[in-house]
Design a protein around this ligand. Sequence first.
Ligand code: 13P
Ligand code: SF4
Length: 301
Amino acid sequence: MDMIDEIKKWKKEKNAVILAHYYVNPEVQQIADYIGDSFYLSKVAVGLKEQTIVFCGVAFMGESAKILNLDKTVLMPDKSADCAMAHMADAQTIQKMRDTYEDLAVVCYINSTAELKRHSDVCVTSANAVQIVKALPNKHIFFIPDKNLARYVAQQVPEKEFVFNQGYCPVHEHMKLREVKRVKELHPEAEILTHPECPEAICEISDYIGSTSGIISYATQSPKKEFIICTENGVRYELEMRNPDKQFYFTETEPVCMDMKKITLEKVLHVLKTGENEVHVTEKVREESGKALERMLELAK
Ligand code: 13P
Ligand code: SF4
C-alpha cells in the first residue's frame, strides 16, 4: 500500500479530517480535505463531524482549532512547527497600553500564541482584519503582533488611531523590494499581488494586497496572464492548479516558511497511526482566548 492509501485508511479508521494551509508542501495539500488561508481554516474547524483534526500548519493554527473545539482531538504532524511572529508581543505591553488609552481595543492577529489571545479583545486574520477593525466601537486600536498588517489596516481605516507593535513575519518582512522590481523589469505586464505582512515599500508598488486566499482569487478572476506573487511560495500549487494558462513569478530569493515546510506525508501518517502530538489547552485558556476567536467569527459573518 502506498503512503497516500495508508493515510486514507488511517483517516477512516480514526474518524479524522485533514486541514492544510496553502503554505505547506504541495504533496501535503494534495491529501488534505480542506486547504485554505487562516480565516477559512478557522471557520472550517468549527462544526466538523469527524472526531480528530490533523492540522497541517503551525502551532497557533492547531491551538486555535482546539480552542474552538474542546471536545475534539487535534493532532499536529510536527509539534515543533511554530510561527516566529506568534511570540512577538507581550502581556505587560498590552496592559501598559490599556492603562494609557481608556477606549482601547486590543486586536490580535490570529498568528499569535493562545496566551496573547487571552489578553486581547478580538482576533483577526489577514482576510478579515479591515472589516473587523471597522466594526469595532473603539477609537484606539493596539494591533498585535504584526506591524506590517497593522500599518495596512490603519491605512484602510483612517478614522481609527493605531498604536503599533514591532512584530513581523520574517518570511514576508525580509522580501526585497529590489528583487520584486527586478521581476517586474523582466515581466512588465505582470501584476504584483502582495500579502499585507510585506513591508510598506513592496505594498506601495503592488496592484493588489490581500490574504493568501485573496491573492489566489484575484489571480484566478483577473484577465491578466502574468503575476508576481509576494507571499510564501506554497501558494504556487493552488495558483497553478486553478490557472494552468497563467504564469506566476516569485522573487529570486523565494519566500519560504521553513516551519510550514516541516509538515510531510510521513509525519501526517505517523500522527494518524499513533495519536501523538495532540494539542492540549487548559479550560482557563480556552475560555479566555476563545472569546477573542469567537468574536472574530461573529464580527466577520
Ligand atoms: P493568511 O493565511 O491569513 O493569508 O496568513 C498567512 C500566514 O502567514 C499564515 O501563517
Ligand atoms: Fe508565521 Fe510567517 Fe510562517 Fe506565516 S509565513 S507561519 S506568519 S513565520
